[in-house]
Design a protein. Structure first.
Length: 277
């Protein structure tokens, strides 16, 4: 399925006769916006997956859980694993699990706003005029009735030198509901780790040269080792964007001051080893 999806995109690239947005089909995405003071949450509600309503519910709950993980880890210091394990059981007894999870998200946003106000006051700031905030949003990279791939990020300021930023990514086969890892995207036994590391290394060196030419210090990166569990998205948004995007949160591969770091992996560097999932 993955290769067929990407072949369609490559065909469009060659013919330039059809927009890549044709990759999107009957899957509908509706934004749910939650505002509580200095906190804004935008989370997706999915309908129309090939796997039916149960898959729609599953992936919508998954998106809400990711937002909860992001907010908890940034604002409350709770380990993401704790929220990951606790989220879904909260709604097992609810007939409308999506509605119940959205109500939970509203309560979470309220709690986050209270936390921000407390932090601002502790720093001697007027909360109403301070820049303390939290903003959770998402970006779709692939949207079809058979597969979705998207990132969810939260940005906040809770005091200190830098704004906080974190990202979670999700790629799901909508026929069977399987959440895919980076390793799942490639044929078993292929050299995908070496190829990805090579592409990323080239981009890092190019970025270093650019910074030096601009009179800025080059970024000192942590040693790169692809594991297959990296945060990633399958990108089919635009003709020139076909491929993968790999994400690293602040401090994972570069200094915290660099924020979230992204690397684009062009389709022509990996197409021959991609799995047909």
């Amino acid at each position: 399925m993955l290769k067929r999806l990407m072949v369609l995109g490559v065909t469009m690239l060659l013919t330039a006769s059809v927009s890549v947005t044709a990759l999107a089909s009957d899957l509908k995405i509706k934004d749910k916006v939650i505002r509580e003071g200095a906190v804004k949450v935008v989370t997706p509600i999915f309908k129309g997956a090939d796997g039916g309503k149960d898959i729609d519910t599953m992936i919508t709950l998954q998106a809400n859980k990711n937002t909860a993980i992001n907010l908890y880890s940034l604002l409350n210091g709770t380990e993401p694993k704790e929220m990951d394990e606790a989220f879904s059981p909260l709604f097992e007894e609810d007939q409308d699990k999506v509605k119940a999870s959205l109500n939970f998200m509203k309560g979470l946003a309220h709690a986050a706003n209270v936390t921000l106000e407390t932090q601002a006051k502790a720093a001697g700031k007027d909360f109403k005029t301070s820049k303390y905030y939290a903003d959770a949003s998402y970006n779709m990279y692939t949207t079809s009735s058979v597969m979705i791939s998207y990132s969810q990020s939260v940005e906040s300021y809770t005091g200190g030198e830098y704004d906080n930023e974190a990202v979670i990514t999700t790629t799901v086969n909508l026929k069977n509901g399987k959440t895919l890892t980076l390793a799942d995207m490639f044929l078993p036994g292929s050299d995908y780790k070496e190829r990805l590391a090579w592409v990323i290394d080239k981009q890092q060196k190019g970025d270093a040269r650019l910074k030096v030419n601009m009179g800025k210090p080059a970024v000192v990166y942590n040693k790169l080792a692809i594991t297959g569990n990296e945060k990633f998205c399958l990108d089919s948004r635009e003709i020139h964007g076909l491929g993968l995007i790999i994400f690293y949160n602040p401090g994972e591969i570069a200094p915290v001051s660099e924020g979230v770091v992204e690397y684009s992996i062009p389709i022509d560097t990996i197409f021959d080893i991609m799995a047909d999932i």
